[in-house]
Design a protein around this ligand. Structure first.
Ligand code: HEM
Length: 413
């Protein structure tokens, strides 16, 4: 089947496939993924106007070939973007760019995010986790998301960037709006949603505009200074510098929140695994890798075919949007033994939780460290952890995967 090429308003990553549009289905999409891997490993969704790809080796091929499968949405024939001068600076970031420009952008901050550089900040991160948890664990009940998994990575990224962490209610509103997926697809609701996105993006840009100016005048030891310096030396345009700050803030909080939340969802559902992590018989690092595979915080990515290409016998045309499902590939039985089992000591574990190839997550060392420090700090203060409540609410996004709230009870230690 070939993809329609006429201009439309399809936003493939803004809508979930119809099979996943209920709360229950999006909370546990894995049976549907298994069906798709088996029967329709590469299929066209007329409603979302994109290809969906579910098997591990196909996802691997796409992520490994950015020349054929680009990250630049401007190349898509079915995505209707606003005129260039109205586009968000997020469009000017490494995430949505390829080739030399991508490497130039990524090079500006790469050193900051290397494991050794990040490891040097562990003591400060432990302090932040301790401060949050000392308050939250009193009384033996907490909401993992609101009380800990949300504020922790936001405070960390705010400190790295060099913005006041007290502004975090605003960061949350902006970030959530930017990754939100509209459930109501009526024209009025879509328009309102686009307006909200535009507004959030403008406010965020204005916020960082001020900070970049301030750092250009008065440098400090933070990421905004690194970005402002690159802009003043013409290594970044003004739009690129703004987009940079916005990307790091958004990428740095929503995803790690969901990694910690999903880890608690997995571990409370598997008490033996939780016990083995607590008593040290399996490392927390290994358990976190399995969470990244089993309930990946990012379930899907998007790429645009730059030329006609054949994938598993199917013709894909230049300009078509292709969605590699990381969450489905991560449960492919051709690569992972008993893929539906949560095995905290799985080794090797070549999951796609942080993507693969040139766009491999820049923040992976930071996210891994935050998860380790955060979960350790929680286990030090809370024994006999159990989930409270019956109903879970998924995060409202077609590619970010997690829950809005996760209440637990425990014995404070
Ligand atoms: C890219 C996942 C945390 C910054 C990515 C990609 C994935 C991902 C799947 C690949 C996107 C693509 O190929 O199109 C995650 C997960 C996280 C996490 C699951 C937490 C558990 C972070 C953090 C930061 C960050 C803490 C930074 C503060 C980025 C950036 C990119 C990226 C800048 C773009 C890299 C590029 O285009 O070269 N992330 N991420 N991420 N991530 Fe993360």
């Amino acid at each position: 089947m070939s993809a329609p090429t006429d201009e439309g308003d399809a936003q493939s990553l803004e809508r979930v496939p119809s099979a996943l549009s209920t709360r229950e289905a999006w909370l546990d999409p894995f049976d549907w993924y298994a069906e798709m891997r088996e029967d329709h490993p590469v299929r066209y969704d007329d409603h979302r106007e994109c290809w969906d790809v579910f098997r591990y080796d196909d996802v691997d091929r796409i992520l490994d070939d950015p020349e054929t499968f680009s990250s630049d949405p401007r190349l898509a024939s079915t995505i209707d973007l606003p005129p260039e001068d109205e586009q968000s600076p997020i469009m000017e970031t490494m995430l949505l760019t390829d080739g030399d420009r991508h490497d130039r952008l990524r090079g500006v901050v790469e050193d900051w995010f290397r494991p050794r550089a990040i490891a040097g900040r562990a003591a400060r991160f432990e302090e932040i986790a301790a401060d949050l948890l000392d308050d939250a664990v009193e009384g033996g009940r907490m909401d993992v998301i609101d009380d800990f998994a949300y504020p922790f990575p936001v405070i960390v990224i705010a400190e790295l960037l060099g913005v006041p962490s007290e502004d975090r209610p605003q960061f949350r509103r902006w970030s959530e709006t930017l990754v939100e997926t509209p459930t109501d697809t009526s024209e009025a609701a879509t328009e309102a949603y686009q307006e909200r996105q535009q507004e959030a993006s403008e406010e965020l840009a204005e916020y960082f505009e001020e900070k970049l100016d301030a750092r250009a005048r008065e440098p400090r030891d933070d990421l905004i200074t690194v970005i402002a310096e690159a802009a003043s030396e013409d290594r970044l345009t003004h739009e690129e510098a703004l987009g940079f700050c916005m990307l790091l803030l958004v990428a740095g909080n929503i995803t790690t929140t969901n990694l910690i939340g999903n880890a608690m969802r997995c571990l409370t559902a598997h008490p033996t695994a939780l016990e083995r992590v607590r008593d040290g018989s399996v490392s927390i690092e290994s358990a976190v890798e399995e969470v990244l595979r089993y309930r990946s915080p990012v379930q899907a990515l998007a790429r645009i075919a730059t030329e006609p290409v054949e994938l598993r016998g199917t013709e894909i045309e230049a300009g078509d949007v292709v969605v590699p499902w990381l969450g489905a590939a991560n449960r492919d039985g051709d690569v992972f033994a008993d893929p539906g089992e949560f095995r905290i000591d799985r080794a090797p574990n070549p999951h796609f939780g942080f993507g693969r190839g040139t766009h491999y997550c820049l923040g992976a060392p930071l996210a891994r460290m935050e998860a380790r420090i955060g979960l350790n700090a929680l286990f030090e203060r809370a024994a006999d952890i159990e989930r409270r409540g019956e109903t879970l609410q998924p995060v409202r996004s077609a590619f970010i995967y997690g829950v809005e709230e996760f209440p637990i009870e425990f014995r404070p230690r």
